[in-house]
Design a protein around this ligand. Structure first.
Ligand SMILES: [Fe+2]
Length: 280
């Protein structure tokens, strides 16, 4: 059964398998890293199957390398399709980036040049992937530390145009936008304003390492005040998009993440609350 996703979720991490299996904490849905379960058996897959019985799920990949000039990895896509058939996620996502070239994996989510040539390249590849998988995918904005001299447009213009041409959906990572806005010196609200609301199906929230005049996107800290503020702005502009907290390292006790998720719920509830009109 494929479930619809709404509300507030968490990234499923091995540290919390048993709590999700035994205590079923109140989370509306879970996201898991596809590559960790693209195997025919083993304990992680057994945990995933068991937890899937209680929670709607979405899949999040890190290896599609949609922007690379290498041919698409058809073996990877076949394995991904097998996992999709097993889990029946509401949707699948990966990153708008490249992770290697000439069959060398650089193990990083690297930014693309924002050019017409890159747009044409990406549009063709996203369409190819969507045809192969038989469904739309979500692509996520990555954080970055460098830009290309050959850029012809902003990142937000590039993403909006790619989504339109390739007819794909978007995963909007609020933290990544904030990190890039500090590193590159732009107003993150300009990025939010350019997103096509009808295509943004999921939001990521995360923490980072602040070095003052630059930020390293570590996903290993609690969410900071500036990212919460940008999240509120994002919900105002894009509406009630399903939101989750993405912690990739320095995994805290589950209760800490659930408390952070309550902050996201409160912000969304505050925005939905009717504005009181002062009596004359
Ligand atoms: Fe993310």
């Amino acid at each position: 059964m494929t479930s619809e996703i709404a509300g507030f979720g968490l990234g499923l991490r091995p540290d919390h398998y048993l709590q999700f299996r035994e205590h079923r904490p109140k989370v509306d849905w879970l996201e898991f890293i596809s590559e960790n379960y693209m195997v025919p058996g083993g304990q992680p897959l057994a945990h995933l199957d068991a937890i899937r019985r209680d929670y709607p799920m979405v899949m999040h990949g890190v290896s599609l390398s949609i922007g690379s000039s290498d041919p698409l990895n058809l073996e990877y896509l076949r394995e991904l399709k097998t996992l999709i058939a097993r889990v029946e996620p509401a949707w699948i996502s990966d990153h708008l980036c490249w992770t290697g070239v000439d069959h060398t994996n650089l193990h990083d989510l690297l930014p693309l040049p924002y050019s017409e040539a890159a747009l044409r390249h990406l549009t063709e590849r996203v369409s190819q992937v969507q045809d192969l998988l038989g469904r739309r995918i979500l692509l996520e904005n990555v954080s970055s530390y460098v830009s290309y001299a050959s850029d012809e447009m902003s990142e937000w213009e590039f993403i909006a145009e790619l989504a339109r041409r390739a007819d794909c959906s978007l995963l909007f990572d609020v933290n990544n936008v904030y990190v890039s806005s500090v590193n590159h010196g732009f107003d993150p609200r300009t990025f939010v304003d350019a997103m096509p609301a009808e295509r943004v199906r999921q939001i990521h929230l995360a923490g980072h390492e602040d070095h003052g005049d630059y930020i390293i996107d570590t996903h290993d800290h609690p969410i900071c005040g500036a990212v919460w503020d940008l999240y509120a702005y994002t919900l105002e502009r894009l509406g009630p998009v399903p939101t989750m907290i993405e912690r990739d390292d320095n995994i805290p006790p589950l209760d800490e993440l659930l408390a952070e998720l309550d902050c996201a719920r409160s912000i969304a509830a505050r925005l939905r609350a009717p504005v009181a009109v002062a009596a004359a």
